[in-house]
Design a protein around this ligand. Structure first.
Ligand code: ADP
Ligand code: MG
Ligand code: MG
Length: 304
């Protein structure tokens, strides 16, 4: 079971004159849990998601984001593990390294590339993750062992089977399985990247990418915005499958209670002015829907 722990996180905008956005965020998300992060516009929710991802627009001035892993999370790693392979300070890592450790941070639409199908794009994304993942756990010293006493290189031949690549055929099977799980039309995979996906289709792509990458912790920022009810249900089924079939932990950022009727959160947190002002169970989301955020802000100010 993986646990993401955010402690006393303070961030400023990296450029300009350092406007403070996050002011001491504490939050813990473990595999298998669904956390909803709610809060008014401008309170810092997307900033938190981007800081977890390692977005360069933000400077962390205080605090930490650690990821704790267990043997279960590392069963695919083809290297001898030592103590420090189980605890990672994400703030010291590049975005792709964080992703390789099992943090999923939403579908990144690359600039339009002519002639790249969804299938090819997703396969490349999976292979990039798997390769980076093995590299993270290889000791520096291990490379040296590929020279024999006389100094000849005895490293195995580089080939698709050696470096964690998922073959085209293998990937087709995996993709089909995940698309069935998400109730997606198989024609989807043949479409070209960015070629006129609707808002709803983009959100489904995001869930599909998460399903393929099998993250320890997935951060989904407003995946419910602009979805009609059918698509909301499909996307919600996908999120529930991520948790139920892959055991992912989910940090679901949403402005509206609506999706929480389909993806029932174990925990609800309210962010106000860059802090988690209140946490509770699913009932807190209903209270917020009925009464808005002002009473939480009043409580926060009363406590200060
Ligand atoms: P939310 O997702 O809760 O609506 P955001 O995290 O997007 O809130 O924004 C929080 C505050 O930080 C807002 O006032 C926003 O204008 C500001 N902000 C966020 N990112 C930047 C940035 N890159 N540069 C300047 N201001 C930013
Ligand atoms: Mg936002
Ligand atoms: Mg090691």
């Amino acid at each position: 079971m993986a646990t993401l722990t955010i402690s006393n996180l303070h961030t400023e905008v990296a450029q300009e004159d350092g406007e403070k956005i996050l002011r001491g965020v504490d939050l813990e998300v473990s595999s298998g849990e669904i956390h909803a992060l709610m809060g008014p516009n401008g309170s810092g929710k997307s900033t938190l998601a981007k800081v977890i991802a390692g977005h360069p627009a933000y400077e962390v001035t205080e605090g930490s984001i650690t990821l704790e892993l267990t043997d279960e999370d590392l069963s695919d790693i083809d290297a001898e593990l030592d103590e420090d392979d189980y605890t990672w300070e994400l703030l010291d890592l590049e975005p792709n390294e964080r992703a390789a450790l099992g943090i999923f941070l939403g579908f990144q639409y690359p600039a339009e590339i002519e002639g790249v199908t969804m299938t090819n794009f997703l396969r490349q994304a999976l292979n990039a993750k798997l390769e980076e993942r093995q590299e993270l756990f290889e000791e520096d010293g291990e490379e040296a062992e590929t020279e024999d006493e006389a100094g000849y290189d005895t490293s195995p031949m580089e080939g698709p089977a050696d470096d964690g690549d998922v073959s085209v055929a293998e990937f087709q099977g995996l993709l089909q399985e995940k698309m069935e799980q998400l109730d997606m039309d198989s024609k989807f995979a043949q479409r070209y990247l960015n070629a006129g996906f609707s808002g709803g289709e983009k959100k489904q792509n995001e869930v599909l990418q998460a399903a393929l990458l099998e993250p320890a912790i997935a951060v989904l920022d407003e995946i419910d915005s602009g979805l009609d009810i059918d698509r909301l249900q499909d996307v919600s089924n996908g999120i529930n499958a991520l948790r139920d079939e892959q055991g992912s932990g989910i940090l679901q950022i949403t402005h509206y209670q609506r999706i929480l009727d389909y993806v029932e959160p174990d925990y609800v947190h309210v962010m106000i002015d860059g802090e988690i002002a209140k946490s509770g169970g699913a009932e807190l989301a209903h209270e917020l829907e009925d009464e808005g955020y002002d009473w939480v802000r009043d409580e926060l100010q009363g406590a200060a």
